[in-house]
Design a protein around this ligand. Sequence first.
Ligand code: AMP
Length: 457
Amino acid sequence: MTFAALGLHAPLTDTLAGLAYTTPTAVQQQAIPAILAGRDVMAAAQTGTGKTAAFALPLLQTLADAEAAPLGEKMVRAVILVPTRELAEQVMQSCQQYAADLALTCYAAYGGVNLGPQITRLKAGVDVLVATPGRLIDLFTKGAVRFPALRAVVLDEADRMLDLGFADDLGILFQALPRQRQTLLFSATFSDEIRALGKARLKQPLIIEATPRNTAAKSVKQWVVPVDKKRKTDLFLFMRRDRGWQQVLVFAKTKKGCDELVDRLTAKQIAADAIHGDRPQASRQKALDAFKVGEIEVLVATDVAARGLDIDTLPQVVNFDLPLQAEDYIHRIGRTGRAGARGEAISFVCADEAPLLAAIETLIKQKLSRDEEPGFEPKHAVPLTSGPSAKPLAKSASKPRPGAAGRPGPGAPKRSAPSNWVDEFDDARPARRGPGGNGPRSTAARGPKPAGKPRGR
Ligand code: AMP
């Protein structure tokens, strides 16, 4: 299967060849022809499946092929709505990359930065505007953006937008958008709320389920290390050194927790930085960029960073604390094992996190293997979880030791980690037409929603 066979043509296909995108992923194979044909699409595709290109490529081609009317003042031709600022930047960069040889303009507008420059930039109009919902409302109410020329709207990571409380903002925006438009909805999971949103806003969509519902990427090896809460930092320092982790993304529960861990790491001369909601957007982006190019070895983040980060070949994600919402586990570990590459997700779990672990195991329908680290066995035992009906993940002695792909880390291996490697792109299911799909998401598997206001504004 080639991109040309899906209906894409030069110069896009040449650009893709330059990016070494040789084969379309499962979601791309299903979504691209339908979007080119002008259909609405509702796709269940988690990050790492190539979902951005699945909507961006056909959208860009459609815009490039359309009658070249001059772009009117403040006009936008397509809007991509995303939940977070980081995702807005990333999606915009992907669009710019794909549109390198097309005469199209792409721009990202999100909160946390001044409105002024965004208003100025939008005056000339823009073909593809990537935006967080709150900021787009601000721009619209100030008259900085107009929608009469709008052809398409994409809701990216729609489930996350609803989780972050953007449902009302989306309602306001849809009132402002032309009725005659193409609407594309991408979501990691199909909950009742997502299906209701799709029913209200999409017209006879093609339903695509590129990944089984509520499953973690199978190219990610996952396991749990039981440990006492107060020893987590020492455990992290030990495992990092012992296993030769060179680029590791760490998730912590609180902003304070992120900063404390960074302080401890920096005190040990380890290049580390934090991204969380209290840090200004510019310094969050700076930390992320430094991490991507390897200037920072450890990036510690709250769940604000669980979506939208795409870092080539990120080998490890460590859950220093388990997430309060089980679904965030899937998004966190989706930072590794992307585009078919293999990755590891290691969760440090202390006794009082057992209920969170149980919720995650119920959601992903897997009982995660536990692998105590010698010298860090917890004094407060982590209660056993009853686990879902699925079998525990098998341990395998034949897999490579954790560390850089294919390379042994410093120190001889003491044992191999549990393994569940499967090629993620084999999971594609055939496309189905019309509404419907999986049953409702288990509310029991969802922890309490975090307090606070939406972050994407
Ligand atoms: P996404 O799921 O959109 O976050 O994409 C995950 C990663 O897969 C990104 O780094 C993309 O550049 C990459 N990617 C998307 N489609 C392809 C493809 N067909 N071949 C190779 N890499 C891809």
